[in-house]
Design a protein around this ligand. Structure first.
Ligand code: ATP
Ligand code: MG
Length: 367
């Protein structure tokens, strides 16, 4: 899939911008704080309605303005799509595909997918499990609308159960509903686990060869899905997982009531990442950390391609400057095939890539 054209109004520091992109590599360069990352963020937003650094739409709207508009012309599945997002302060966003209003953000993912790699992604390896869960969730949600629905329901149930556990001593009648919540959470949780396990298995086939190539054959990457301890085979059909989740809930019931916290379920899952058999989180060097994070993202890109038949658009924010020449060349060769948007600062604007170059200066883009 190709993002042919991007148009922004009042998005971050862009008052108005129109960019005609190359179907291959697009280098976006400029000084700090000019709007390079904002441009990638906008492209990413059109694929998932999620931003890697904003929690709320209002952060994306230009300071002092009430609305922001994003428009992308995308070629995918032998068709042309015009995707639009209209963001409003204090009101729900509206999404359109070829003028037709979309009901959910997930529908964008059926047309347009992006994979973003940015400096913050080092936290994927370095930090707690929630970063890695988010990585799994973002990717699977883009590919599987059923997963997105299950995950959203799980999150709602989790919040309700957390409230019950928090308040039950003051309001014991709340406990009457606990069993119902537990059962539904186990049902939905089993679906979540099943999808995550399949995704991790495929990632564990795709990512290690990338890490190995990246490191000249020296580094071996390992990925393992960690979920609720009673689940013996997370890839089993959800029905089989359900029984094991109920068993875990049962044995943690007292502890949950006493600690007033939800202790059982896939909301604590992790994706264990190892380099040469050791936990990357604890032992990987900076270079290994960066390589592992990038390998995960590039593997994800290949998985999307296997699933949808098309390369997702790759958004690389500030990665080249961090890599030595050999690794730069490796990345640029590896991504050969789909469309890429790469940002870099002024000094490394000479990176050896073909395609189109754009200069970003104070919220305006020139080819
Ligand atoms: P760097 O090279 O440092 O990463 P960059 O070119 O990627 O810089 P961006 O992150 O794109 O810079 O940000 C550009 C500018 O956008 C920043 O000065 C920031 O203050 C501004 N900005 C962020 N959000 C908004 C907003 N909602 N309205 C207006 N300006 C904003
Ligand atoms: Mg930036």
């Amino acid at each position: 899939m190709i993002l042919k054209r991007l148009e922004l109004d009042f998005f971050r520091n862009y008052v108005h911008a129109e960019v005609e992109l190359s179907p291959s590599v697009n280098v976006i360069w400029g000084e700090n704080a000019q709007g390079k990352t904002n441009l990638l963020e906008a492209a990413g937003f059109l694929s998932s309605c999620r931003s890697h650094r904003a929690r709320y739409d209002r952060e994306l709207i230009q300071f002092g303005v009430e609305h922001a508009f994003l428009k992308g012309e995308v070629a995918a599945h032998q068709r042309e799509f015009t995707l639009e997002a209209r963001l409003h302060r204090g009101e729900r966003r509206q999404l359109f595909s070829n003028g037709v209003k979309l009901k959910t953000a997930g529908e964008l993912g059926e047309v347009f997918n992006t994979i973003l790699f940015c400096p913050e992604d080092l936290s994927l390896i370095r930090e707690g499990a929630n970063q890695r869960r988010r990585f799994l969730d973002d990717a699977i949600c883009q590919l599987r609308p059923k997963y997105a629905a299950a995950l959203a329901e799980y999150k709602r149930l989790y919040e309700q159960k957390t409230r019950i556990l928090r308040d039950w001593e003051e309001k014991p009648s709340l406990l009457d509903t606990l069993d119902d919540f537990n059962l539904r959470m186990a049902q939905v949780g089993a679906v979540v686990i099943h999808y995550r396990a399949h995704f991790v298995r495929r990632m564990s086939q795709l990512a290690p060869p990338i890490q190995s190539d990246f490191s000249g054959g020296r580094e071996e990457l390992g990925l393992r899905y960690e979920t609720v301890s009673t689940v013996t085979d997370p890839e089993a059909p959800p029905k089989a997982i359900l029984e094991q989740l109920l068993e875990h809930q049962q044995s943690h019931r007292r502890a949950e009531l006493e600690s007033r916290q939800c202790l059982s379920g896939p909301h604590k899952d992790d994706l264990a990442v190892e380099v040469d058999g050791r936990s990357a989180r604890q032992f990987a060097s900076q270079g290994q950390t960066r390589t592992a994070a990038l390998s995960l993202k590039l593997a994800c890109r290949e998985l999307f391609r296997e699933d949808t038949g098309e390369w997702p658009v790759l958004l690389l924010d500030d990665v080249l400057s961090e890599l030595d020449a050999r690794r730069q060349t490796f990345v640029l060769e590896r991504i050969n095939g789909g469309q890429v948007l790469i940002t870099c600062c002024e000094e490394d604007k000479s990176v050896p890539v073909s395609g189109r170059r754009f200069r970003v200066r104070d919220g305006s883009v020139t080819a």
